[in-house]
Design a binder for this molecule. Structure first.
Ligand code: NAD
Length: 300
């Protein structure tokens, strides 16, 4: 059997960013509206700093306004909530997020609850989760949205009737992916740490989404021949072959064995992770349109 087709974030993410830039140009010329995306970073987690820098650059490249707020790790919860209130009230910012994880003395849920749901670029507010579950227009979490765009692309556009198995049930990834795939008319199974005989559940999947955080957990013999495999996991592991103390990023799927069985598969790195930033920018554009009562430009 031929090797799986690569679902390439290095192709799909720039294409989505280009569509975002086109939409921004339309909003500027037609309505004098420049969508603005804000990010609040508390502390100096190195991975978060890289991610925030990437978002900032991509947002500016799309012609949007980018707002970055760095707060010290010693910031109190009240200070962070005050910053959230400030961004809620700033009309130039149409969507924003607080980068997680925040330092342990700050309640992540309190921060999520304080964000105005219409500006909730990461779609984590319970109101948006509920609207998504009810099939209503919602702000949708960026990574799950990226997963579904990639699955749709790999299937030629129609996911209806396919059996999707999602491994992982977090509010950030697993649950919203399941809701989105249900909205695509998939038959959806959610598996998790207490599921028994995970390999046999996974083998039923026409679309397998791994969002676990366990390096290389999903092996080739867990995959139904021809399935679409979306690997959300980002795990840093030791790579002594690259030299002492070196590391590399791997997904939750054992790519080497999986690509021999799957019909299409996302790589790590170069897969879902690249779609996340593009989807976040798309969310900010959609939020700007809703807040100004204008139509979302086509093809976004
Ligand atoms: P999480 O830790 O919140 O959730 C992990 C889920 O996996 C849980 O629901 C748990 O039930 C399940 N799980 C844990 N061990 C399991 C096991 N042995 N068998 C079956 N299920 C098991 O993590 P998360 O925030 O959902 O993230 C998952 C992964 O996705 C992580 O590697 C994270 O780094 C990555 N991630 C990537 C992006 C991206 O942009 N690509 C964005 C968010 C998260």
């Amino acid at each position: 059997m031929a090797e799986a087709v690569l679902i390439d974030g290095r192709v799909l993410a720039p294409a989505l960013k280009a569509r975002v830039a086109e939409a921004v140009a339309v909003l500027k010329s037609k309505y004098n509206l420049t969508p603005g995306l804000g990010v609040v970073l508390v502390g100096n987690d190195p991975a978060s700093e890289v991610y925030v820098r990437n978002k900032h650059q991509a947002t500016l490249e799309a012609g949007m306004n980018s707002f970055e707020y760095k707060m010290p790790a010693t910031s109190t919860q009240a200070e962070v909530l005050a910053k959230v209130a400030e961004l809620n009230a700033n009309p130039a910012i149409h969507g924003f997020l607080v980068q997680f994880p925040v330092p342990a003395h700050i309640s992540q849920q309190a921060v999520i609850d304080a964000i105005d749901p219409v500006k909730d670029a990461d779609g984590l507010h319970p109101l948006n989760a509920g609207r998504l579950a009810s099939g209503l227009p919602a702000m949708v979490p960026a990574t799950p949205e990226g997963c579904v765009l990639m699955a749709r692309h790999a299937s030629g556009g129609n996911l209806a009737g396919k059996h999707a198995v999602i491994i992982g049930r977090s509010n950030l990834v697993g649950k919203p992916v399941a809701q989105l795939l249900l909205n695509e008319n998939c038959t959806v199974t959610i598996a998790h740490s207490r599921s028994t005989d995970l390999p046999s559940i996974a083998r039923q999947a026409d679309i397998l989404v791994a969002a676990v955080g366990r390096p290389l957990m999903v092996k080739g013999d867990w995959i139904k021949p021809g399935a679409i495999v979306i690997d959300v996991g980002i795990n840093r592991v030791d790579a002594p072959d690259k030299g002492e103390g070196k590391t590399r990023l791997v997904g939750d799927v054992d790519f080497a064995s999986a690509k021999l069985v799957a019909g299409a598969i996302t790589p790590v790195p170069g897969g879902v992770g690249l779609m996340t930033v593009a989807c976040l920018m798309r969310n900010a554009v959609i939020a700007a349109c809703r807040q100004h009562g204008v139509e979302v430009p086509p093809n976004l």
